[in-house]
Write a protein that binds this ligand. Structure first.
Ligand code: SAM
Ligand code: SF4
Length: 474
């Protein structure tokens, strides 16, 4: 790291990933069925699991116990989140990068990459295109570069919020960018960001060092591990963890994610808002050995175990996965997906359906339109939601609100999901999707308990459908 500026760490910065302890747990003997069932019961009672308990779920490997784990994950998801799935889209702002992560097409040594940073007009054009499809939530994605300092990120966020077309507006902007210092987080927080995501990629130290050269910013393991702790200390208490699956043993990574989540919970009293679990995808100028590739069965298991380990953390399944895998994995506890995604710079207006490897970070697996994905979700009985009301009315620490107040989901989340869905159906859906959606809404209304909330939901749905009213929420 010589020649690089001293980096600021959080107040209690510590490397809390103890490999010996994690490896010890993974080398333990298979738990008996009784123990596995006890752990499942704890999770179904909505208690977070310890790292050791999570390891036991990972070690359980009979088909029968695995099926019980899958079923429990489905059940827990229903109990905690209902049948809502939150939808968002990624917006890549710039792919200049000073790092050299071997798996990423944006790495500085990739001379094939076409480098580009969207200017404010270009951001507006992309946002208008996204709004015209019906999106309300975005995640802005940045390479790591001095040009993408906190002021630049904050300006991009403001530009997104200010861009409105027709009834379209973006109501929540999340960020996936490099770790910042305290001041940097405060700057982006002031622009009204939602979740700040940093994926640790791999928690295994030696593997981390292999993929992230020591003479780069990202080569500093502790600075990245500590990144979200600094966010908390700077007042951003809404953060997202992630691992890039395929770099190292997936079981080790799951236990490390849980360790990280528990560390934040203990230190800052709030766990991560979301966990992402991208699997490595082919990318221009990248060739990787496949030793740690995660097959579909293991992928399902890792999602189910994460669901059980951290009941109150949202799980994000991205369009890196193909449509079939996404459909299958949805029920194991996923709460958010992106749809209609394009990841080439300017891709929402310029690229069409052709994916140009030199222009994107990796290849997507699912490039179906938002409308098509929504139709499939609704056909499978999910309620796609664009709800952002908690953040907007200041119900902050909303994971606390959402999950700990009895009846909160029925009183707020389901009604708001239905209202935002109706808006989408009226403004943006194809006739076929609208039919499926209206039928689903009618079924959901039937399921709501009789009372004032139900009456009000029915009235508001009518107001949207018949009088074109917008932005009604509880
Ligand atoms: N540059 C920032 C960073 O590295 O944290 C943020 C943005 S980076 C564009 C977002 C994430 O994409 C990375 O954290 C990594 O997990 C993921 N990624 C990189 N290369 C990938 C690949 N070939 N396949 C799938 N995901 C990849
Ligand atoms: Fe840069 Fe992020 Fe890609 Fe690494 S993963 S090369 S930091 S954009």
């Amino acid at each position: 790291m010589s020649g690089m500026p001293a980096l600021q760490l959080s107040e209690y910065a510590v490397d809390f990933i103890n490999e010996d302890s994690i490896n010890g747990l993974l080398a333990g003997k298979r738990p008996d069925a009784g123990r596995v069932r006890e752990i499942i019961a704890k999770s179904l009672a909505k208690q977070a699991l310890s790292v050791e308990e999570t390891a036991h779920l990972l070690l359980a490997d009979t088909p029968e116990l695995n099926e019980e784990i899958f079923e429990a994950a489905r059940q827990l998801k229903k109990n905690v989140y209902g049948n809502r799935i939150v939808l968002f889209a990624p917006l890549y702002i710039g792919n200049k990068c000073v790092n050299d992560c071997s798996y990423c097409a944006f790495k500085r040594s990739n001379t094939l990459a076409i480098r580009r940073t969207l200017n404010e007009d270009e951001i507006r054009q992309q946002v208008e295109a996204l709004e015209n499809k019906g999106h309300k939530r975005l995640i802005l994605v940045f390479g790591e570069h001095q040009a993408y300092d906190p002021e630049f990120i904050a300006r991009s966020v403001r530009t997104v919020y200010e861009t409105k077309v027709g009834h379209g507006e973006i109501r929540r902007v999340n960020i996936n960018a490099a770790p910042l210092d305290h001041e940097g987080y405060a700057t982006v927080k002031a622009a009204g960001i939602g979740t700040y995501q940093i994926f640790h990629e791999t928690y295994h130290h030696e593997t981390y060092a292999r993929f992230h050269p020591a003479n780069t910013r990202k080569g500093n393991y502790l600075y990245r591990l500590d990144g979200l702790s600094r966010a908390f200390e700077a007042g951003c208490d809404d953060v997202g963890l992630g691992v890039l699956f395929g770099l190292y043993d997936w079981r080790f990574e799951v236990l490390s994610l849980v360790t990280h989540a528990l560390h934040l919970q203990e230190r800052y009293n709030v766990g991560p808002h979301t966990i992402s679990f991208p699997r490595i995808r082919p990318a221009a100028g990248v060739s990787l050995d496949e030793k740690y590739q995660v097959d579909d069965e293991s992928f399902k298991k890792l999602i189910a175990v994460l669901r059980l380990a951290v009941p109150y953390t949202g799980l994000i399944l991205t369009a890196r996965e193909n449509a079939q895998v996404r459909r299958e994995c949805m029920s194991f506890g996923v709460s958010q997906i992106d749809a209609g995604s394009r990841i080439e710079l300017g891709g929402y207006t310029e690229a069409g359906d052709a994916q140009v490897m030199e222009r994107e970070q990796f290849q997507l697996g699912d490039i179906r339109s938002l409308d098509e994905v929504m139709r499939e979700l609704m056909t499978d009985g999910y309620v796609p939601s664009f709800c952002t009301s908690c953040y907007r009315v200041g119900r902050t620490g909303e994971h606390f609100m959402e999950f700990s107040i009895p009846g909160f989901i029925k009183e707020f989340c389901t009604p708001n999901a239905l209202l935002t869905l109706e808006e989408y159906l009226v403004d943006y859906a194809t006739p076929e999707t609208r039919d499926v959606g209206e039928r689903l809404i009618a079924e959901e209304i039937d399921r709501l308990p009789e009372g004032d909330t139900k009456d009000l939901v029915v009235k508001r749905l009518q107001a949207i459908r018949e009088r074109g009213e917008h932005d009604l929420y509880f």
